[in-house]
Structure formats: C-alpha cells, structure tokens
Design a protein around this ligand. Structure first.
Ligand SMILES: Nc1ncnc2c1ncn2[C@@H]1O[C@H](COP(=O)(O)OP(=O)(O)OP(=O)(O)O)[C@@H](O)[C@H]1O
Length: 438
C-alpha cells in the first residue's frame, strides 16, 4: 500500500539513531502519518528509530482539549509517548491562522526539546501542497509560486519533515479506514473566511490542474545558481553593508540573480518576507537605468555609484530593545543580541557612528556609504548604574532563520557564510536535496 511504503522509504533515509516527533492534530493526515510510521517501524524492527507525538491545543474552540485527550489515548494504545501543548497566550482577532501557526511551531519545537527528538514530522499532503502553490501564486509570486519543501529548518533548531507531501489525502483516509481508525474533521476547514478553505474549494472545482506546475528540484537548482552568483559578486562589510560590483548589477535581469539580490536586501532590511512585486518592478527600473542615485525600498537604501551597488539599512524607525541580564532578543530584525553582563541594557542605533564609519572606510567603502550606513549599527545606549554592559551580537538572516525550506539551503548557507555565521544545522536524513526533493 502506497501509504505504508512511503513511510518505510522515508525511514530508510535516516541517520541512526533518531527519534521523530510527530505533530498530530487528530485530522486524517497526521493520524495516518503517525500510524503508518508506527507500522513501518514495527514491520522493519528498527530499534534505533523511535516515535514521540505532540498535539497543540490552540484552545480556540470548545472541545479542543477533549480532542487532544482523545489523541493522547490513541497514542497510548500504540505505546507512543505523547504530549499536549496548550496555547495560553494572547490571541489576536486579525490574522489568527498565522498567529496560531507561529505558536504551533514554537510549541512543537519545545516538545521536541523535551522529548530529545531529532526532528519534527508533519502530515502535509499533496492536497495541501496544491493549495499552497495556488495561494502563493495568487498573492503575486507569479505562476508556479513556491510550494512547501519536503524539509524545512525551523528556528535554526529542528528540521520539519513532510514525508506525505506526495500523497493524496484520499489514500491516507483509505489507509486509516482499512486499519479501523477514525479521525476528527476540524470545523475551521469549512470556514470560508479563511483563504486556504476558499482555495481548496476552487481546486476541487478545477481538479487541481492550475497548481501542478512547480517542482522543488528546479527551485533547488535555481538556489544553487543564486548562491554561485552571490559568491562571485557580493561582499558583506561589518555586517552592515552589502556591496556588488557594478558589472554584476546588470546580471539582475536574470531571475536567479534577482532572487539572490532580493534575499540579501531582506537580510539588510531585517525582514522575513521579500519585497512586494510592484516594489521589485520599481527597483529593477532603477537598476536598469544604470545611473548613480539612491532608492529606498523595504527599509533598505540601494545606493548606486560608479564603483558599484551598496545596500544598507535606512536610518529610520530604529527602535530600542531592553534586555535583562541573561536575556536575548532580536534588534531591528537584523541582529540577535544577548545580554551577558550583570545589568539591564538598552540596545539602539549607534551613538558613535564615527568609529563604525572609520571601519567601513578602512574596509574600502566610499566615505558617503560608510557615513550613511554607520548610523544603523547596533549599540548599547544605556545600562544600569554601576554595571558593565556586555553583549553578544550575531547577525540574523531574516528570510531564513525562522523557516528555511530545504530547496533554498544552498543559498541560505552562502548568505550565512558571507555574514560570518556558522552553517545551519544538518538535516537528520541523508542527502536532503537529492533524496528528499526527488
Ligand atoms: N494542532 C496541531 N497539533 C499538532 N500538529 C498539528 C496541529 N495542527 C496541524 N498540525 C500539523 O501540521 C500539519 C498540517 O496541518 P494544517 O494543514 O492544518 O496546517 P497548515 O496551517 O496548513 O500548515 P502549516 O504547518 O504549513 O502552517 C498536520 O498534518 C499536522 O502534522
């Protein structure tokens, strides 16, 4: 049967020993995944692979706690350790699905920590994939906008693997029915307020044809080309300025190079998302003019000079971040700062641009660029009386540090390296890009 075979094949890719945390919502996909992985381990007698499970109770509707308990009982019947994580924090009225998703991944990662898991596994299916591709392409990412990766690194800590991404939901349901196991149907899956639900309806009408044109392997190849272009042409100075040689800029008409440039711009601007399509059009027109000048987009100044193109953070809206001793936080989306001193500190934009400016000039940047870029450097602007401020500062790779899709790993590694960062955590499966994305 396709479902069980898929589970067995997936397990065969693992570096051993491994402990997989299965994210089980109680819907058919994740319940089918848990059961299929359990049966696959039973059938192959792989003692060096084990399962644990976690259910996130979003506490958004009555009865959710009972459903979580029912999943706990199902796991107990299989002898699988299970944990319920409840979302107790503030729940916004707008964007509830996105907020629930962020919270869910955080809670799953904390469960993975507690279980000593090697990775997290979710039950996304081909049906989910088609919806995602259609939604993203309609949001302006063009036809065939990116789909989900089979493997995504969450928060630089855990790989989230999606072994059923090539399977249809109907097959998983048939597998569960044959095993005599039922599932919950989440009522929010019927709520037409949600974009995903509307997309699902439309796909059902068109038979899923619209969304088929995307494949992870070609995206991974494009990512590799983008990385090669960055290696040749991009330089990072003091983690504040990214420069490109003048001749390289003309290359941005190529889609891969453009993606690389936009990813760098997102890092410099401290943003997780790429620029909107109309802003990209404006930027490309500016670059094609090939004349000295400045354009600001997505909190980044694109400073075009005879010597090249320079990207740096615009000196606006640089907020303060207060950190207690031992605490870490993200400043301006661009730097993770940890307070390793003994007093409270406030991080803000530098009040001594002069020193930074000298460093940037010494690194070979035009004085005008050095001057403008230096004022967006992080710095301790105040600390408690009689305390010595001490901080660890690390640059953030905004587009990839929270969710890094496997097909962008090569480009993300290149960017992280240019910013002097350690490589991302390795995936627990062999040869991620060739085997997982096939
Ligand atoms: N409440 C939950 N508790 C544990 N796992 C969950 C929960 N909700 C979803 N998941 C996991 O995520 C998978 C996808 O679920 P669903 O399609 O509802 O989420 P999504 O919001 O579309 O996906 P994404 O994880 O990309 O946000 C499920 O198969 C399951 O593995």
């Amino acid at each position: 049967m396709a479902v069980l075979e898929t589970a067995k094949r997936f397990l065969s890719f693992f570096h051993r020993p491994a402990r997989l945390l299965v994210a089980v919502s109680g819907g058919s996909d994740s319940k089918g995944l848990l059961l299929a992985l359990h049966r696959a381990i039973e059938a192959t007698g792989k003692a060096d692979l084990s399962l644990a499970a976690c259910t996130v109770d979003h506490a958004l509707r009555p009865g959710s706690a009972d459903e979580a308990e029912a999943i706990a009982a199902f796991c107990a019947s299989l002898g699988i350790a299970h944990m319920v994580k409840r979302w107790d924090g503030h729940k916004p009225t707008a964007g509830i699905q996105a907020a629930a998703r962020n919270e869910r991944y955080q809670l799953l990662a904390s469960a993975a920590d507690e279980f000593g898991a090697t990775c997290i596994v979710t039950g996304h299916t081909l049906d989910d994939q088609r919806e995602t591709i259609l939604m993203r392409s309609e949001r302006g990412q063009g036809p065939g906008g990116a789909g989900m990766a089979r493997a995504t690194l969450y928060d630089r800590r855990f790989w989230v693997l999606r072994p059923f991404l090539g399977l249809r939901r109907a097959d998983i349901r048939a597998f569960l029915s044959a095993e005599g196991v039922g599932w919950f149907d989440d009522p929010s899956n019927m709520n037409m307020r949600f974009e995903r639900v509307r997309t699902r309806e439309r796909l059902a009408e068109t038979g899923g044809e619209v969304a088929a044109a995307w494949d992870a392997a070609s995206r991974a190849r494009s990512s590799a080309r983008a990385a090669a272009w960055l290696k040749l042409h991009a330089r990072v100075h003091e983690n504040l300025v990214v420069s490109f040689a003048g001749a390289a800029v003309a290359g941005c008409v190529d889609a891969d190079c453009r993606r690389a440039l936009l990813a760098m711009a997102a890092v410099v601007g401290g943003r997780t998302h790429p620029l909107a399509a109309e802003t990209v059009t404006r930027l490309m027109a500016f670059l094609e003019r090939d004349e000295p000048g400045r354009l600001t987009a997505g909190r980044v100044v694109f400073d075009r000079r005879a010597t090249g193109l320079y990207l740096y953070r615009e000196a606006r809206d640089l907020r303060l971040l207060a950190l207690r001793p031992g605490e870490a936080g993200i400043w301006d989306g661009r730097f993770t700062v940890r307070n390793v001193g003994n007093g409270m500190v406030q991080i803000g934009a530098t009040n001594d641009g002069g020193l930074q400016q000298e460093r940037l000039i010494a690194a070979g940047l035009p004085p005008g660029v050095a001057k403008r870029a230096s004022v967006s450097a992080p710095c301790v602007v105040s600390t408690d009386d009689n305390c010595v401020a001490k901080t660890d500062v690390e640059p953030r790779i905004g587009p990839y540090d929270t969710f890094l899709p496997g097909f962008d790993l090569i480009m993300a590694e290149m960017i992280a390296g240019l910013f002097g960062r350690q490589p991302y955590v390795r995936s627990p499966v062999h040869d991620l890009l060739t085997e997982m994305e096939r």
